[in-house]
Design a protein around this ligand. Structure first.
Ligand code: DGY
Length: 380
């Protein structure tokens, strides 16, 4: 097995915490130092194999911060437990890489980092929507290749989304933020699909429609779709914001792509396996006016054969949450999760986590997924 370098921060700390990647910012290290932790940070950019993580956990480890690229499964939590571990946080809001039930069986609380990714990720979804609809990637490649010979009436004609319909699959915090950006910025009607109604989203769009009417402009609407197909048929662009689980794996498949308008745009900033990527390649090949904007891929870092050859697909390498503020905020929350658990602080689990991001750290643990199952004390 390849060996990986680990950098030690606060070597005299009495609790040992491993962090499987260098994280941005300083606050997260200060939080762990204040909790009397010796912090060991893997400096490699390669994805750590499970065996390397297990090796790093032994012989004694109080807590760990891991990445969405690593499987935190039964074996890993058993290794953490055997090392005396009491705390784990994913450096991500998504946790499809974590077997939370296995962690619960081992008695280990699992944290994540909600609240700081919302606007950042929604903005990337907006960027991908327009990059795809307005053919930014293609046009830039053309220009850089020295092929531009002057303005032409039909050079890179794209789609105008103004006053059309935006579909949002998964109307949680990020989906809601994206919907509002598209509704308010581009006066689009919203159709969303979610197992739960999002009354706050509906109220926001309704209030904005009233504002438009008060200005003598046409209103917009917000509708909850009964089926995914209803949404796909109606929308001019569709952005995916679901979690990945067994119910959303390949939610967008060949049949559902066939429901979409031939010149629609599909955007994915959630998790790659929500789209059947091979089916998307086939669909984009046979529908040149259809466009996709992808931040995530089914088998990252690989892509389905042919995807990167398609001019009607815009691709970026899983950077939807990559703003300095967000990534530093994620580090702060992950560290506060581990430190809070090791210090025995109660669990906060509330949506507004801004109090953790600057000034004195609240004496609560920001976000623990299996707190109820483990009977941890929650802030009332
Ligand atoms: C997350 O936190 O789940 C994101 O995918 C990271 O970009």
């Amino acid at each position: 097995m390849a060996s990986f370098e680990w950098q030690v921060h606060n070597p005299s700390g009495h609790r040992r915490v491993i962090v499987t990647k260098e994280l941005p910012g300083r606050r997260w290290r200060d939080i762990l130092t204040a909790a009397d932790c010796r912090v060991e940070i893997c400096t490699a950019s390669d994805i750590l194999p499970g065996a390397a993580i297990d090796q790093a956990l032994a012989p004694r480890c109080d807590g760990a911060i891991g990445q969405l690229t690593e499987p935190w499964d039964e074996d890993r939590f058993r290794a953490l437990k055997a090392a005396g571990g009491r705390a784990y946080s994913n450096y991500a809001v998504g946790y499809n890489n974590v077997d939370v039930a296995a962690a619960t069986r081992q008695g280990i609380p699992v944290g994540n980092t909600p609240g700081v990714l919302t606007e950042t990720t929604a903005q990337m979804a907006v960027a991908l929507t327009f990059a795809a609809a307005r053919r930014i990637g293609e046009a830039e490649r053309y220009l850089r290749a020295g092929r531009y010979r002057g303005w032409l009436p039909s050079l890179f004609l794209g789609e105008l989304l103004w006053r059309k319909t935006v579909g949002v699959i998964g109307a949680g915090r990020i989906g809601e933020a994206y919907a509002c950006m598209m509704a308010e910025g581009h006066k689009m009607n919203v159709i969303y699909y979610d197992i739960h109604p999002n009354e706050r989203l509906e109220a926001q769009v309704d209030a904005y429609a009233d504002f438009l009417v008060a200005q003598g402009r046409a209103p917009i609407t917000c509708t909850r779709a009964v089926t995914v197909e209803d949404l796909l048929e109606a929308a001019d662009c569709v952005s995916i914001h679901t979690v990945l689980d067994e119910t959303t794996q390949h939610l967008i498949n060949a049949e559902r792509l066939a429901c979409m308008k031939p010149n629609a745009v599909v955007v994915n900033t959630s998790r790659g396996p929500v789209i059947d990527e091979a089916a998307l390649v086939d669909h984009c090949r046979s529908h040149p006016d259809f466009r996709a904007g992808l931040d995530v891929f089914e088998n990252e870092p690989d892509m389905a054969p042919g995807l990167d050859q398609l001019d009607n697909v815009v691709i970026v390498p899983h950077i939807a949450s990559a703003t300095r503020w967000t990534r530093e905020g994620m580090a702060t929350l992950a560290a506060a999760n581990v430190a809070g658990l090791l210090m025995g602080y109660p669990i906060w689990n509330r949506t507004d986590i801004r109090a953790f991001l600057e000034g004195d750290l609240p004496t609560v643990t920001p976000s623990i997924l299996n707190a109820p199952e483990l009977g941890l004390t929650m802030v009332t």
